[in-house]
Design a protein around this ligand. Structure first.
Ligand SMILES: Cc1cc2nc3c(=O)[nH]c(=O)nc-3n(C[C@H](O)[C@H](O)[C@H](O)COP(=O)(O)OP(=O)(O)OC[C@H]3O[C@@H](n4cnc5c(N)ncnc54)[C@H](O)[C@@H]3O)c2cc1C
Length: 389
């Protein structure tokens, strides 16, 4: 299906579709069943020049619009949730490096994330801190020309595979958000660092999610990205892109589940207007298609806003993330229901999309936390309008 959105580059989407058809889709069920890291899909995307689509061409990226990236990611998610998460994490790692890395960090790591020779990760969440960034307890204490890192991170995507990790740690827990500082860690030369075993999960089973532990882990001062205390602002800028990713996945999971019902119904000739007893199914599919189309339009529209506005459209991105990830689970659940007992069968594929969809409502800031951000913005906007008379 061609995208009609003006800011979506059709050639890039065609290239993504070819990788999906060639590598990602054929392996998706096996990746899920074996909980196997989707190495081949990731490599094919990188070899096709699509490793980090939003990175500039000068650094090996495809320099696409955010809408092109979102459309592409939704298609990858429709085919394979695990591949989509591993793939988007590459961008979530490259983007903060691009924004706040030193010239050396940018030149060394962004091209490697783009060409697939490095796997990237971003480590913020801790057992007691994620939504509440000010509660961060992983400490980077300055000692001469080094920092000594101690603490635990958890639920880190690609963490056991990563060659490079963007780590958020505090230089002083008493400073709350003001102490949060970003560091670039090169895992090959890191002592005092350990990645846990991949967690057993509900969905996206091939995308590894692990705990990281740091014990007197020494890193050079040159590993710092930006100044001490500048990590929180970097984080806020980074989550705009990562929440677009989660939203794109939501649309993709809905589309993937919908497509599995259409294929199933076509095999049984249930979409023909002559099959009156299947009218309920036909009407339900029409309604679900409308919901997916509307969510995709919202995804494209907010993606354009991200590219066009000087400020990050925080509330719009939160609304998008809430709307599309909730839609992903709801549509996938409806599809499983429409399939009757076949909804439970792995070979039909809708159950995988339902399992993959649920966690997108939770990661990248739970949807409750997104609601909080939207509520705050609603209050501020109303107060501004009242003050302006
Ligand atoms: C598969 C997966 C992959 C992930 N990948 C990464 C990754 O690569 N890097 C990374 O750093 N993290 C990652 N995470 C972590 C994820 O982003 C966080 O778990 C998520 O944002 C929730 O934050 P938290 O863990 O602090 O939960 P909490 O904030 O502790 O949430 C617990 C509950 O409390 C609610 N809650 C919290 N604060 C409020 C509030 N103020 N008002 C109302 N309700 C509230 C939440 O909605 C939730 O229901 C991943 C998680 C998963 C499951």
């Amino acid at each position: 299906m061609k995208s009609q959105w003006a800011s979506v580059d059709p050639d890039v989407v065609d290239a993504v579709d070819r990788v999906i058809e060639r590598t990602i889709e054929p392996q998706a069920a096996a990746v899920d069943i074996a909980a196997e890291f989707p190495t081949a899909g990731l490599a094919d995307l990188a070899e096709s020049g699509l490793g980090v689509m939003l990175a500039p061409k000068s650094l090996g990226g495809a320099e696409t619009s955010t809408a092109t990236y979102a459309e592409a990611l939704s298609r990858i998610a429709a085919a394979c949730g695990s591949t989509s998460t591993v793939y988007m994490t590459q961008m979530h790692c490259a983007h903060p490096i691009q924004l706040q890395g030193s010239p050396d960090q940018i030149q060394t790591w962004v091209p490697r994330l783009c060409d697939g020779s490095a796997v990237g990760s971003i480590a913020l969440t801790e057992p007691g801190a994620g939504s509440d960034v000010g509660a961060m307890r992983t400490v980077a204490r300055r000692e001469g020309d080094e920092y000594v890192v101690n603490g635990e991170k958890t639920f880190i995507s690609n963490g056991d595979r990563a060659d490079v990790i963007v780590l958020f740690a505090t230089v002083d827990p008493s400073r709350g958000k003001g102490g949060v500082t970003a560091f670039l860690l090169e895992t090959a030369v890191l002592a005092g660092f350990e990645a846990g075993a991949p967690m057993k999960k509900l969905g996206q089973k091939g995308a590894s999610t692990v705990a990281l532990s740091f014990q007197d882990c020494r890193i050079p001062v040159a590993a710092r990205m930006g100044a001490e205390g500048e990590g929180y602002a970097l984080l806020l800028r980074s989550v705009t892109r990562s929440r677009i990713s989660a939203a794109a996945q939501g649309v993709g999971f809905a589309q993937g589940a919908f497509d599995s019902v259409v294929a199933w119904a076509m095999e049984r000739d249930l979409l023909s207007s002559k099959v009156a007893e299947a009218q309920d199914l036909q009407f339900d599919l029409a309604r679900l298609r409308g919901e997916i189309t509307a969510a995709r339009a919202m995804l494209m529209s907010v993606s354009d806003q991200v590219d066009q506005s000087l400020d990050e459209p925080v509330a719009e991105v939160s609304l998008l993330k809430m709307h599309c990830t909730t839609l992903g689970t709801r549509v996938a659940a409806s599809c499983v229901e429409l399939l009757g007992p076949d909804g439970d069968r792995v070979s039909v594929g809708a159950e995988r999309r339902l399992r993959d969809a649920k966690i997108a409502e939770i990661y990248d800031g739970t949807n409750q936390v997104q609601s909080m951000l939207v509520a705050r913005d609603t209050r501020l906007t109303a107060a501004r309008e009242t003050a302006a008379g």
